[in-house]
Design a protein around this ligand. Sequence first.
Ligand SMILES: [Zn+2]
Length: 106
Amino acid sequence: MTKFEDRLKEGEFVCSECQKCKKLVWPPNDYCSRCFGKVKWRPVSRTGKIIEFSKKDDTVFCIAEFENEIRVMGSLECTIMPVIDQELRLVKCSYNGNEEFVFQLK
Ligand SMILES: [Zn+2]
């Protein structure tokens, strides 16, 4: 299990940031993809926006973007149909062999 998955399991959504060149390393990794420096782990903002969504049966799935760079897929709890670019917030994350993210409209 990676550090990212480990923290996710505890309900924490974190990303890796290079200690040397400050690049946000995404997908998360222990080393920077630009300069191979070591990263530090920090929480990701829980407010993002909808990039794409689709509805299957009664569940809406969406790709959400955080901090203009970090994209993850999850389910969206909503009573109305969302629109692209609409703001959402992360309400739950977990890891159970797969990454699990649950969002709500803001
Ligand atoms: Zn770097």
